[in-house]
Design a protein around this ligand. Structure first.
Ligand code: SIN
Length: 286
């Protein structure tokens, strides 16, 4: 199939974010205009997917880099994957190098504890279970916009820090599997603005990761800070903020990690799930 502009279509989901791109074969060359439209769709819908694709690892990396540069690893600050931080990692409950196992994963952003958290990630579905293993993303721009004006004022100038799931005493070995790199040393928590800007659109994001945001900085009263964080975690985890993706073999999906939390359902015993993931480096949140 030759990719033609007249076949290109973006079909938004009827949920808070997400869109399917149709009329594109990612294995074939794409014009600059088509690539530009796909990038704009990612910036607007935050989760964009293509069904029925058949691409190689090399093509997945080319596709990933349309959206930004490769993530440059930090020494002593592991993220998901082995210590060599390969460009593509396997997320699987069945292969020997498969990461993340088969359990439920709470809503989070990837690498929020880094000085420069990831801008996004791509997943390609190779084997998909008959049931379970759906992934859902929540819209943190909408979450911010739904706060009342008093709360918006209260959050101004506050910062939030998150712990590293793969380092020191905060490590969560149950989220490992495969060849996950765990650092024995604690990572220094990086505080970032609690309300950050979405670089492509200038919109405000309520930047809370349910799994590992740990401390709000800028309030003198510790119990006020921890109650506020609990309230915000509940706010970003409301059902109406989510898009849920039922995977099919051949899906290629990209998400914007700057403005979405993602969570995953567990995978039933005996079901196989094999995905390949690549990531995009991000800037320092502002
Ligand atoms: C992740 O949390 O990055 C994994 C999501 C998934 O397996 O669907």
């Amino acid at each position: 199939m030759v990719n033609r502009i007249q076949d290109f279509e973006i079909v938004p989901s009827d949920q808070a974010l997400g869109a399917e791109v149709r009329g594109v074969d990612l294995a074939q060359p794409l014009s600059g205009e088509l690539i530009h439209r796909i990038i704009r769709a990612w910036e607007r819908y935050h989760v964009v997917f293509f069904r029925g694709q058949s691409i190689t690892d090399e093509r997945q990396l080319e596709f990933t880099q349309w959206f930004g540069p490769r993530h440059a690893p930090y020494p002593e600050m592991p993220i998901l994957g082995d210590i060599s931080q390969p460009d593509i990692i396997t997320i699987s409950n069945v292969t020997e190098d498969g990461l993340l196992g088969g359990g439920y994963i709470e809503p989070h952003q990837d690498g929020v504890y880094l000085p420069t958290p990831l801008a996004g990630a791509v997943m390609r579905a190779e084997e998909v279970p008959d049931s379970g293993g759906d992934t859902s993303w929540s819209n943190l721009i909408q979450a911010y916009s739904e706060l009342n004006p008093t709360m918006k004022r209260r959050l101004r100038n506050l910062k939030v820090s998150a712990f590293n799931l793969y380092a020191g005493k905060t490590s969560r070995r149950d989220l490992g599997g495969g060849k996950q790199w765990f650092s024995e040393q604690d990572s220094t928590a990086q505080a970032h603005p609690l309300v950050r800007i979405h670089p492509p659109t200038g919109k405000k994001i309520l930047w809370v990761s349910c799994l590992n945001s740990e401390t709000i900085e800028g309030l003198s009263d510790e119990s006020e800070a921890s109650n506020l964080l609990l309230e915000l975690k509940a706010h970003v985890d409301q059902d109406h903020l989510y898009y849920t993706h039922r995977w099919a073999q051949g899906d290629v999906l990209i998400w914007d990690n700057r403005c979405c939390n993602h969570k995953r359902e567990s995978i039933p015993e005996g079901e196989r799930r094999v995905f390949y993931r690549s990531v995009i480096g991000g800037c320092r949140p502002y």
